[in-house]
Design a protein around this ligand. Structure first.
Ligand SMILES: Cc1ncc(COP(=O)(O)O)c(C=O)c1O
Length: 393
């Protein structure tokens, strides 16, 4: 499939043909909750199930195939995240589960007087595990706030000290789309000797991700947000993973990264991960970003004319994810009305509870409109027409 070579010949019609879940009567703006899956990914998962896999290792053909699937998925994710060595890729049940696990492991080395920094811009999965771990260790939590209008985070430096052990920050807000300057925060964290933990779950669907360029020590994402199956990935320099000792079963491998992977991996899903990465590579994430940003401009221009619609968050650099509210309607009502018009755009705060509370949207959040690689101009126009009709009533 030659989906695209660069941003100039990105062919959204061809991309759309790859997704069996797309229907002409339903415009899907729910990608931030999980993208649709291309046929090749579904085939890879089904193919792995059909072939009769078994546990990794051993001399049998199925064992070798399971090995190949696992190592292939690690190599694919390493490429996708800009990690040099596939031993730096850990698979887990979800980003949330991986973060709770790694937080517990890291916090075993923390004590009273140590500090961790979490941000109000983040999904709760990059907040609560750190608060819980800090509480158990007797460490102190410091909050990085953000401007409620621009949704840009404050300067982190005032929160850092030589007792800061870790800074946790999102690479992109799943509520407002804000893309903080993660590289600058990482540099500041490094200066005080703190680890940088980056949540790239939302960003990974919308732009190339590079762990090294971001200065992240640990980075997490979830393939189901970028065309893949439901599981989580943690990436790090293997040398860092070697220094950490998670809870594990006695007979299970103590090698890196296996020592972080509890129980048997979902091998069929790993086959899907590799296919998802290969699909993203064929699309070219830089071309996806350019396509989506063009649609975002079309959407924001159209919304600018609607006095009854409020767009929350005006970040300079952002993903094409827009939180909006409509005068006279609760977010849930607005979402239902959009659904009646053939548009899927869910309502809520999407576990970015602190972010919603800290913004004018408040705890109930808003309608979240997520543009994906497979979104086209016609769907944006349909959405604008439906929102125009809603705000006129
Ligand atoms: C920004 C962000 N971080 C973390 C998560 C949690 O990911 P998972 O479902 O893999 O635990 C999500 C899920 O929506 C998210 O959007």
């Amino acid at each position: 499939m030659s989906v695209t070579d660069n941003a100039t010949n990105f062919d959204v019609r061809e991309i759309r043909r790859a997704f069996p879940g797309l229907r002409p009567d339903l415009a899907r703006f729910d990608g931030p909750g999980g993208s649709l899956v291309p046929e090749v990914v579904a085939d890879a998962v089904a193919g792995a199930l059909r072939v009769g896999l078994c546990q990794r290792g051993g001399p049998s053909a199925p064992g070798l195939l399971t090995d190949e699937i696992t190592l292939g998925a690690r190599a694919a994710m390493a490429r996708f995240l800009g990690v040099d060595d596939r031993r730096g890729i850990v698979f887990g049940r979800s980003m949330t589960a991986l973060t709770f696990d790694i937080a517990r492991t890291l916090a075993a080395q923390w004590g009273p007087g140590d500090e961790v920094v979490v941000s109000r811009l983040d999904h709760d999965a990059n907040i609560r595990p750190w608060i819980t771990a800090a509480e158990h260790a007797g460490a102190t939590v410091r909050w990085l706030d953000f401007d409620p209008v621009t949704t840009e985070p404050d300067d982190v430096r005032s929160l850092l000290s030589d007792r800061t052990r870790l800074v946790a920050l999102t690479a992109a807000s799943n509520l407002f789309g804000t893309r903080p300057d993660v590289a600058a925060v990482s540099r500041a964290a490094r200066e005080v000797g703190a680890l940088m933990y980056v949540d790239a779950v939302h960003l990974a669907a919308h732009a190339p991700v590079d762990l090294t360029a971001m200065g992240a020590d640990l980075l997490v994402c979830s393939p189901y947000k970028f065309f893949g199956p439901h599981l989580g990935v943690l990436a790090a320099d293997p040398a860092l993973l070697e220094r950490l000792h998670p809870d594990k079963l006695l007979p299970s491998s103590d090698a890196v990264p296996e020592r972080f992977e509890l129980g048997t991996l979902p091998y069929e899903l790993l086959a899907g991960v590799r296919a998802a990465v290969e699909f993203a590579e064929q699309c070219d994430m830089a071309a996806v970003e350019a396509h989506e940003q063009q649609l975002l401009t079309r959407l924001l221009d159209g919304l600018g004319d609607m006095a009854a619609v409020t767009v929350h968050g005006r970040a300079g650099r952002r993903t094409p994810t827009v939180l909006l509210t409509v005068d006279g309607l609760t977010p849930v009502q607005a979402s239902h009305r959009l659904h009646e018009a053939g548009i899927v755009a869910p309502a809520g705060s999407f576990y970015a509870l602190e972010a919603a509370r800290h913004s004018a949207a408040g705890e109930q959040g808003g309608v979240r409109v997520g543009i994906s690689a497979y979104t086209d101009d016609e769907e944006i126009d349909r959405l604008l027409a439906a929102l125009g009709a809603l705000s006129a009533t």
